[in-house]
Design a protein around this ligand. Structure first.
Ligand SMILES: *[C@@H]1O[C@H](CO)[C@@H](O)[C@H](O)[C@H]1NC(C)=O
Ligand SMILES: *[C@@H]1O[C@H](CO)[C@@H](O)[C@H](O)[C@H]1NC(C)=O
Ligand SMILES: *[C@@H]1O[C@H](CO)[C@@H](O)[C@H](O)[C@H]1NC(C)=O
Ligand SMILES: *[C@@H]1O[C@H](CO)[C@@H](O)[C@H](O)[C@H]1NC(C)=O
Length: 322
């Protein structure tokens, strides 16, 4: 009787074993994604965050690898910030990374969030293949050249962060034609973008943050910007913008911060802009503006207006023409 019972238990044990293998493999990292991440790791020569040490080929990339997040139902990688330090308090500490970005990265076709900040060079062969991306950051690298036009294929993008680089060239018009969901556009600092702000920006109806400061952008601020009703932050400081401050900016009722300092703007300050209800930060210093500063309820400091020889009245000295 004893042996009979034992023989009966073996098949049950095998069934449990088999089903547990099937069960766990459906939850585990997708094989294509795992290979793509290992190829990506292979392209990295050195990186100071140490996070990639946890990327062991013998473990599950969804549960055991740092800075990789999967969709629990499909096992596909959805979130990748490979070099983010594990302590959130350390995110501002520079992480140095050298190497190249493997083209295998583009096999992560379910990726929604990709943060490749602190990388040394631009080598995303076909970023347009990552069509599920909603967040793409390549900030704080030393990327050169112009924005690859295939980025325009990322229709779902809500955040595009290319700030703190050495990018140049004009902002491709096609970028604004296709990225209808874009909320945060960060192209500021160290980028040397030239040309004007494309009027196709009118397509970005969800835009909240527009940061183009410290580039070499010229031409006028498109009047049509007044149609982008969700704008809260406009940063256009330190460029070569000319023409007047558009009256249409006064239609942006959500606007809380407007930085137009260090440009070549002329004409007077529109009263409706200065009196926007939610405006907290306003800076038009170092331009060629003229005329009387319109009365305004918020007392912006003199430094918000300084460096415009033709501008007068509070908080600057009174106008002295009779
Ligand atoms: C996926 O599973 C992890 C670990 O079990 C859990 O922390 C996370 O909240 C889950 N995510 C979703 C979207 O269900
Ligand atoms: C992954 O990407 C590489 C390089 O782009 C390619 O050669 C390979 O066929 C892809 N693999 C799969 C399974 O898609
Ligand atoms: C963009 O990158 C810069 C520089 O790393 C960072 O300060 C900023 O918070 C980023 N913004 C977003 C929305 O990711
Ligand atoms: C603008 O960028 C240059 C480098 O291109 C840098 O030296 C300068 O400090 C930046 N200016 C501001 C105001 O951040």
């Amino acid at each position: 009787m004893e042996t009979f019972k034992k023989h009966h238990l073996i098949p049950i044990f095998l069934i449990i074993l088999a089903s547990s293998i099937i069960f766990s493999s459906t939850l585990a990292c997708n094989a294509i994604d795992k290979e793509a991440l290992l190829e990506f790791k292979r392209g990295i020569e050195s990186e100071s965050s140490g996070q990639l040490k946890t990327w062991d080929p013998n473990t599950d990339c969804c549960t055991s690898w740092n800075n990789v997040k999967c969709d629990n139902k499909t096992g596909r990688v959805v979130n990748l910030s490979p070099f983010r330090p594990s302590n959130p308090m350390d995110v501002d500490i520079s992480v140095f990374v050298t190497g190249t970005i493997s083209p295998f990265l583009c096999n992560l076709t379910s990726l929604q969030h990709l943060d490749l900040g602190h990388f040394q060079q631009f080598y995303l062969e076909n970023p347009g293949q990552l069509s599920q991306l909603t967040y793409l950051s390549l900030a704080q690298n030393i990327l050169t050249g112009s924005i690859p036009t295939s980025i325009a294929n990322l229709h779902r993008l809500k955040t595009l962060n290319l700030s703190y680089n050495k990018l140049s060239g004009t902002i491709p018009t096609s970028l604004f034609h296709s990225m209808k969901s874009l909320e945060n556009l960060y192209l500021q600092q160290n980028n040397k973008f030239t040309g004007s702000i494309p009027s196709s920006i009118v397509n970005l109806l969800s835009l909240v943050y527009l940061r183009l400061d410290n580039n070499s952008i010229s031409g006028e601020i498109p009047t049509i910007i007044g149609n982008l009703k969700n704008l809260k932050i406009i940063g256009l400081s330190s460029n070569e913008l000319t023409g007047k401050i558009p009256n249409s900016l006064g239609e942006l009722s959500q606007l809380s911060s407007l930085n137009l300092d260090h440009n070549k703007l002329t004409g007077s300050i529109p009263a409706n802009v200065l009196n926007l209800m939610n405006l907290e930060v306003f800076d038009v210093s170092m331009n060629q503006l003229s005329g009387k500063i319109p009365p305004h309820k918020l007392n912006f400091p003199a430094s918000s207006f300084s460096g415009n020889p033709g501008l007068c009245d509070a908080p600057l000295p009174p106008c002295n023409n009779s």
